[in-house]
Every structure is written in C-alpha cells, then in structure tokens.
Ligand binder design. Structure first.
Ligand SMILES: Cc1ncc(COP(=O)(O)O)c(C=O)c1O
Length: 404
C-alpha cells in the first residue's frame, strides 16, 4: 500500500494514564526504581519500559518521537530542544576529527554557520556544493567524507534536492545521506526515497503556532540508541533536550498538520501563480517555471502540495523592506523570520536568516538583495489577500498599475 504519512500519524494511538484522550504529561525530571538492580539495568540500556532521567527521554518526549517516526516512516525518532539541537548532534555523532562533509550551499544560515565556522574547530570540514548538480556532489566526496547533507527544499532559494539520486551516491560511497525536511513535512518523505536520517525544526510547520522551538531526528533504532547513549551519545551528552510539557503541546498540534499543510500549499500555489502572471520574479516549486518542478512531482505525496514557501524578487533591499513594512501595516502578515505559522511571515533572507553567509557567496548562489521569502499563512480567502498584496505592490512601484 502507498505510504501516507498523515494516516500513520492518525493511527498513532495512546490512552492517557487515566484514560484521557491525550496522553498524560510526565511532570518529572527523574524516575524511581523499585530495585537498585533495575536502576543499574536501565543505565546499561537493558530495562525495557523504564525511564531514568528526562534528559535521556520521558514518556511525553517518547510519544512525540513515535508519532514523528510514524510520519517519516522510520523505526524511531528522538525529539530535541530546537532544530539546531537536532542537526548539530547528528553531525557530531557521525563525524570524528579529520572527517569531511559534502553539504548543499543553500541551507539555513545557522546550519551553514555551524558547518563553516564551528565544526572546523573540531577538524570536521565541509565542502559546499550546488546540490542540484549531482556530478559536483560526487566529485566533492573524499575518502574522509562521512555525510552528504542537504535540505529537501532549500532555505531560502527553494532548490529541490533529488533525494533518490543522492541516496544512490551516498550508498555507493558507503556514507550517510542526512536531510533536513523542515520546509516540506508530509509533502515529501525522504526516508522512503532513500535518505538515512531525516530531521526537522519542529518550530516551523509541524508545531505551527510559533510558541516554541523544537527539533526531531528520525532514523533507525540503532542511530537513536547511539544518540541517547549515556556513554557517548551526542543528544544525551550535549543536552539539547525537549521539555515534556512542550512535547505534549507539539503532539497536539501535529494532529492537525495534514490540514494545515494542504491549506499552506493551496494558498502558496495561488499566490505564486498570480505573482508570476503579474510579471514578478517568483520562485515556487509548484510553478512549471521552477527548474525542479517535474522532479518534485516524482518525489512528493501529491495531496499535500508543494508547501507554503515562496520567494519573489523585487529588485533591491529598500523596495523589499518598504513592501514588507507596508504588508505588515495592512495586516497581511508579520515582518518576521521563521515559517510555518498560521499567519503569513515575510523576511529578506540576505539580511536576516542567511546573513551568516558572506555577501559574495550569497551573490554566487543567486541570493539577491531584493529577495523576499514568504511563508504563506492559512488565510481563508486567498484572493482577498492577493488583492491587498497587489495594492501594496502598486503603491510602492513594485508593480505597474497597467500590468497589475
Ligand atoms: C530549514 C531549517 N532548518 C533548521 C532550522 C533551525 O531550527 P531551530 O530554529 O528550531 O533551531 C531552521 C530555522 O530557521 C530552518 O529554517
């Protein structure tokens, strides 16, 4: 039967401690043992169903991890305090000093900064490549390479990584394909396409209410056990732990993710088509003009669409800033970083979420000054939103009235 991530989340079924329809929240940092022997066995990882300490896991973080593993089709998952708190331990778990990473050059600025500025302090070095050029990816692999890293839909340029082909390259070289699926939950299931490890910033679409940060690592049970090991597990030892209360609240929001992703995608597709028709330089994977449109169609779970992220280029930063301020004034969304929120969010990535990337490199990768990244919200009447956005663009000379 065809994999459907939303059905698998729906079928994740738990009764609360007192029969509640939501699992009870574990309000404890530590746990008692009925015998000293059981405590010893738990530390050794030999006591099934026993909790030792909430930095390792708690019932609430385990429930959320199980639901997210079901969503990505992996054996197991481990939730973390933030998206960066998921990405950095995975890299540190897989790489030793002297190892090498091949990474897409268009990735979230924080991940880029970690690979470029922090990991080299531990003698872990990265070659940044255009992930859509598979020959360049392969050519960058050395005998020390351990990981190919990419975002499935990249931040902020919305390049699409060919997960099946990258997985083949990784397998041929006996290295791991590690992907960040933050921009395309439900729409794309990278593990099913051959990726080894799938991560998300839960802060974005999956939680969807911008009231917390969070992250998840989805992979084999063996990987998750390694990350949680009390002796040398990067999650256990670096301590980026999600709190049980937060895990419980994210779990409830996850239950509506399928509805939200469909609406985000519908609204983004609508606006992207209108903006492109108006003559704006628009990038959205759901447009025929996107260089990877056909390829994304072969990778996606159709019913969830092409996600809620799009970009337009209005020519220069001053115009971009003026337009964002005007749209905020008109209550069309917020001038804010981040994404996956019920209201539309917009920012100019060159001076915000990708500012860690030096200007000359931004230029080389096509990240121009006038680029505005939109995370399209759950607006009920998207034609009304479009008309209001168009008026802002006419007022600021981004669009000529006769063209609009
Ligand atoms: C694609 C992507 N991955 C990872 C992160 C990091 O997530 P967090 O802010 O939850 O640490 C972000 C945050 O903006 C992101 O956009």
């Amino acid at each position: 039967m065809k994999f459907n991530p939303a059905n698998d989340v729906q079928d994740h079924h738990h009764f609360g401690e007192f029969g509640g329809v939501n699992p009870s929240i574990s309000d404890s940092a530590t746990y008692t043992f009925l015998s000293a022997k059981q405590m010893f066995d738990t530390f050794e990882g030999k006591a099934e169903g026993c909790y030792l300490y909430s930095r390792h896991s708690s019932p609430s973080t385990l429930y959320l991890g199980e639901a997210l593993a079901a969503m990505e089709g992996t054996e197991a998952a481990h939730v973390t305090a933030s998206g960066m708190g998921a990405i950095t331990p995975v890299i540190l778990q897989l790489c030793d000093a002297g190892n090498h990473i091949v990474s897409s050059r268009t990735i979230y600025g924080g991940t880029y900064a970690f690979l470029k500025n922090f990991a080299p302090k531990l003698d872990i070095n990265t070659s940044f490549v255009d992930i859509t050029k598979l020959d360049m990816v392969e050519a960058a692999i050395t005998e020390n390479t351990k990981i190919i890293f990419c975002e499935v839909v990249s931040n902020p340029l919305l390049e699409i990584a060919n997960i099946k082909r990258l997985a083949k390259i990784a397998k041929n070289h006996n290295i791991k394909l590690v992907v960040d699926n933050t921009f395309s939950p439900l729409s794309i299931s990278p593990y099913k396409l051959g990726a080894d490890i799938v991560m998300h910033s839960l802060t974005k679409f999956i939680n969807g209410t911008n009231d917390t940060v969070g992250g998840v690592i989805c992979g084999t049970q063996d990987l998750i056990d390694q990350l949680r090991s009390v002796n040398d597990g990067a999650c256990m030892l670096l301590g980026s732990t999600m709190d049980s209360l937060r895990a419980a609240s994210i779990m409830k929001n996850l239950r509506t993710l399928h509805l939200r992703v469909k609406q985000h995608s519908y609204n983004a597709q609508y606006l992207a088509e209108k903006f492109e028709k108006d003559g704006l330089r628009t990038v959205y994977p759901g447009l025929q003009s996107h260089p990877s449109h056909e390829q994304m169609k072969t990778m996606m779970n159709d019913e969830f669409g092409f996600s809620g992220m799009l970009t337009i280029d209005v020519g220069c930063l001053d115009k971009a800033n003026a337009l964002m301020e005007q749209m905020q004034h008109e209550k069309l969304g917020y001038l804010a970083v981040s994404l996956g929120f019920y209201k539309t969010l917009f920012s100019a990535p060159g001076s915000s979420t990708s500012s860690e990337i030096p200007e000359d490199e931004q230029e080389e990768m096509g990240l121009s000054d006038g680029l505005i990244r939109f995370s399209i919200g759950l607006d009920n009447d998207i034609e009304r939103t479009y008309q209001k956005m168009k008026q802002c663009m006419i007022d600021l000379d981004v669009l000529k009235p006769e063209l609009a």
